[in-house]
Design a protein around this ligand. Sequence first.
Ligand code: HEC
Length: 127
Amino acid sequence: MKLRIVAIAAALSTLAAAPASAGDAAPDVAAGKGVFARCAICHDATKNGPNKIGPNLFGVVGRKAGTHAGFNYSAAMKNSGITWTADKLDVYLTHPAQVVPGTKMAFAGISNKTQRANLIAYLGTLK
Ligand code: HEC
């Protein structure tokens, strides 16, 4: 009887632990802002901010690729047919030149999945 109680208690504590570990995997917006430092040499991301070497990224999540006013995109980006959902950004930012062959974004990509998730969560706050 005592053993059974221990077993139940162990099962319950496993259940209780599950949401906590899911929380660990939740994106960290502040860390994502830190990752954006790697983009900021080429991208401004403030509202009504300028285009730099790359287009302004304020509101990029949900935007159609190649459509930010006043930026001279490559034909590859303009014709990519992409809409920047979080999923599309995730694959693009892993290896930009493979997802949009001929893009003029000279950036190798971010291999770390957590860093990408944090960065995309940060971009999602810019609206
Ligand atoms: C060396 C400069 C450079 C760096 C660094 C860079 N980009 Fe870019 N980015 C560009 C250029 C240039 C374009 C336009 C590409 C084209 O027209 O083919 C672009 C385009 C984009 C687009 C498409 C935007 C649109 O309006 O369709 C996204 C999204 C993007 N960059 C995100 C990022 C993120 C996030 C980072 C950091 C991880 C980053 N870029 C780093 C230069 C850069």
